[in-house]
Design a protein around this ligand. Structure first.
Ligand code: TXA
Ligand code: MG
Length: 309
């Protein structure tokens, strides 16, 4: 298969919508990372996502919809979910909610769970694709399973060139980290994955404590090695060793520096590109300077710890 790359624009969106209508999947930018999108109501198309990624089939996928009305047709919103959707959509928040019956969503998308993960993305390209397709789109990150999440079209091609028909190139993504996942099920609010929207902000918005992920398979996408580059990675490096590719932060300058000014948003947006560059380099191993744990730092450190396994 030859992978065609289109710049984001009407021709690219029309070509991508045609691939999706035909049961295929395409890579498209969102404000978080590039997604690999297919029609969430077509089980063969969804199987094609898993096949292209080489992804374990027990991993449920996030379904992208244009707005809250479309989301409410698929899932049951309690008061907490309604407040979060009002405050954060469109944007980098995924809500895990009870799935309604007879939605037409392929059971492969939810991996047979009674819940569904929903997101209203903010990026124009993903919104244009949703409008052109008129279907909810299942879209995990557009990388082969186990490799680093893509924040540029070139990252997508690194692991999926020749395995998918089409990539929309919308430049680097603004956020650089996958969405925060919050489950609102049975009256409780729990964070299943840290991300651009901090847990303390969710708790502040709702005025209730936000629990962590329980044991079991609720967020199986959080396999320990999910973001791993192909070489050893040393965390909290306060000095550099010979042969390391150096990822700096703040005053600690490296081969790449996530943010010289210590800005955590800038660091998040730069993180996966730095890991891709480190992985591609000749260095035998990677070292990363300490990143503070507050706010977005929690999500950055979560990704770094997984990359270090
Ligand atoms: O930013 C993002 O969320 C990106 C962009 C493309 O939108 N998408 C993304 O999707 O990161 P993916 O498939 O790589 O991550 C899906 C995550 C996994 O951790 C999965 O386990 C969890 O969502 N998930 C999906 N459905 C779930 C459900 N019903 N219950 C619990 N977790 C669920
Ligand atoms: Mg992923």
């Amino acid at each position: 298969m030859t992978t065609r790359t289109f710049p984001y624009g009407s021709a690219g969106i029309a070509a991508a919508a045609a691939v999706i209508a035909d049961g295929g999947c395409v890579a498209v930018p969102t404000e978080t990372v590039y997604g690999l999108a297919a029609d969430a109501t077509d089980s063969r198309a969804v199987a094609g996502i898993y096949a292209a990624k080489g992804r374990p089939s027990f991993n449920p996928l996030i379904v992208h919809v244009p707005d809250r009305v479309a989301a409410e047709a698929l899932a049951v919103f309690d008061d907490h979910a309604t407040r979060l959707a009002d405050a954060c959509w469109p944007g980098p928040l995924t809500l895990v909610l009870p799935l309604r019956e007879h939605t037409g969503i392929a059971s492969l998308v939810t991996a047979g769970l009674p819940t569904i993960a929903l997101r209203v993305p903010a990026h124009d390209a993903m919104q244009a694709l949703l409008a052109a397709c008129g279907k909810p789109l299942a879209a995990p990150s557009a990388n082969a399973s186990g490799s680093i999440s893509p924040t540029r079209a070139g990252h997508v091609l690194r692991s999926l060139d020749g395995r998918i028909p089409l990539v929309i190139d919308g430049g680097p993504t603004a956020r650089g980290l996958e969405s925060t996942i919050i489950a609102c099920v049975g009256g409780a609010v729990r964070q299943l994955r840290p991300g651009p929207i901090a847990r303390e902000d969710v708790a502040g918005l709702l005025g209730v404590p936000v629990g962590g992920a329980g044991a079991g398979i609720e967020a199986p996408g959080q396999l320990a090695s999910h973001y791993a580059p192909g070489k050893p990675l040393r965390l909290n490096a306060t000095g550099w060793r010979a042969g390391e590719w150096r990822i700096g932060f703040g005053a600690v300058t490296g081969d790449a520096t996530l943010s010289a000014s210590g800005d955590l948003s800038e660091a998040a947006a730069a993180l996966f590109d730095a890991l891709h560059r480190a992985d591609r380099s000749d260095a035998r191993s990677i070292a990363v300077a300490p990143v503070p744990e507050d706010g977005l730092g929690a999500a950055i450190n979560d990704r770094l710890r997984r990359a270090a396994v």
